[in-house]
Design a protein around this ligand. Structure first.
Ligand SMILES: [Zn+2]
Length: 478
């Protein structure tokens, strides 16, 4: 009996080995490994199971017997893209809409920015699905739970006002298996610093917005891992800030006003030398930036432009799903439009200066918010990094190797090398020549599963068809 069991087990084991050893060989491909800006021409990359098992010159690297061979002559292979600021727990049904859209656009990894502890069960199911049905959804590289002050800006956010409440909130979040604590606008100083303290004790990172009560340098020194949306900045023009700040500063000093540090910070940020010193502090403290430049771009688009967007076809209910006036596009005066345009330009200036000071960046879109489209918008975000002065290579880093460094996952992800997980995107055109070429997607490989252009088109068509069928519409606030 024992003997038979042994044979049976061996057979099972062999069958499993066989199942895992199905290989795909991508030949004659130009590899952009993202460890440097160089192109490796005429390469063969072998994927076996969910790993990259071989990389070498085509003709020299042995292709495993039985491998599916894909001739990728003239095409470019980059690591899978990551969107480091997404909200998949928005109103819509994520499995059917958002998650396939990420994959169809080459986004193989996402950082979820507001997962409530009660939603961890769903995240676990998605993480299982990622392995059991490869190619259907992206990798959830990290999920975070928001903690705001009370009353919170968003209904049903976790809140903490006192140090004691903050300690408990962090403990609860850690115990639920969440990856990080997301700090938010309304936190008091007491609660914020208690979160920083407890996060250190619990060995869980904290990241997010810089609360209105906290200076940028304090957030950096407290160990906040990433700052989202350029929070903490006043993105209006400096002459206006300086006029205003100088008007209020003497009074703030005289009365010991709690606003004084913020007025001083606003003045410092307008002083190029002083702001540079702050950015150097970010670089030294490893305080990363996720500027979500896309939201500044959307804020300057009028409704006619937003409604014309062809990608609304991927959203059930189309534009009616989004609050019509979410970005305040109605009722804007000429002066307000001008201010918004100036703020958008200022965000490029700030990002460019930080970049030159050595601050590290990641691409994030804040998708889940109106008129930001899962997967699609990431490519726009990359384009905007180049508008802020990044080279195409530097922009591409913000969605590949940089997030892997940020999360300590470089052993398995973020570059193309033997032994890494097989998350890659095959492009028709060179993204280092023009960052917009990240959109020329020929195939996506996610966790070893090869999805051809036809397969990706089918995913897109399926989402579109489902969105049309479920055009339930939603009462708008108009
Ligand atoms: Zn967000």
């Amino acid at each position: 009996m024992k003997k038979y069991t042994g044979v049976f087990l061996f057979t099972l084991f062999a069958a499993q080995l066989f199942a895992q050893s199905v290989s795909t060989a991508i030949i004659h491909v130009i590899v952009i490994a993202m460890t440097s800006a160089s192109l490796q021409n005429n390469m063969t990359v072998v994927v076996t199971g969910n790993k990259i098992t071989g990389i070498g010159k085509t003709g020299q690297l042995k292709i495993p017997a039985g491998a599916t061979v894909i001739d990728a002559s003239g095409k470019y292979l980059i690591p899978g893209l990551w969107d480091m600021h997404v909200h998949v727990f928005a109103k819509r049904s994520q499995e059917d809409y958002d998650l396939p859209l990420f994959i169809a656009n080459g986004v193989t990894g996402i950082r979820e920015m507001w997962t409530k502890t009660g939603q961890m069960q769903q995240v676990k199911l998605w993480r299982k699905q990622f392995y059991e049905q490869p190619g259907t959804i992206p990798r959830f590289v990290a999920v975070g739970t928001m903690v705001d002050g009370s009353p919170s800006f968003w209904p049903d956010a976790d809140t903490a006002n006192t140090a004691a409440q903050a300690h408990l909130a962090v403990q609860r979040i850690k115990a639920a298996g969440v990856d990080f604590v997301k700090v938010y606008n309304g936190l008091s100083r007491e609660a914020y610093f208690a979160i920083a303290d407890e996060a250190k004790k619990q060995a869980i990172p904290f990241a997010g917005h810089v609360p209105n009560s906290i200076l940028l340098k304090e957030a950096s020194d407290a160990g906040q891992r990433s700052i989202e949306h350029l929070t903490g900045y006043t993105l209006t023009d400096c002459p206006t800030i300086e006029t205003e700040a100088k008007k209020y500063l003497p009074e703030a000093i005289a009365t010991g006003s709690p606003d004084r540090p913020f007025i001083e910070q606003a003045l410092d940020l307008c002083d190029e030398k002083k702001s540079f010193a702050l950015y150097q502090l970010f670089a030294k403290n490893d305080t990363w930036q996720v500027p979500t430049l896309i939201d500044k771009k959307i804020s300057i688009l009028d409704t006619a432009t937003l409604y014309r967007d062809e990608r609304l076809n991927y959203v059930p209910g189309g534009r009616q799903t989004f609050h019509d006036d979410y970005w305040g596009q109605y009722h804007k005066t000429v002066g307000e439009w001008d201010t918004l345009r100036m703020m958008q330009q200022k965000s490029f200036t700030v990002v460019g200066r930080m970049h030159r000071a050595g601050v590290k960046f990641m691409a994030g879109t804040d998708t889940g918010n109106p008129y930001i489209y899962p997967g699609f918008s990431l490519h726009e975000e990359l384009e905007m990094f180049t508008e802020a002065g990044f080279t195409a290579f530097e922009a591409l880093k913000t969605a590949t190797i940089n997030p892997a460094i940020f999360l300590g996952m470089t052993d398995s992800l973020g570059t193309i090398a033997k032994g890494k997980n097989a998350d890659m995107v095959l492009l028709n055109s060179n993204p280092l020549k023009n960052i917009n070429n990240t959109r020329s997607i020929n195939a996506v490989i996610v966790n070893g599963k090869y999805l051809s252009r036809d397969a990706l088109d089918k995913m897109l068509a399926d989402v579109k068809a489902l969105a049309k069928k479920n055009s339930y519409g939603r009462a708008t606030n108009k």
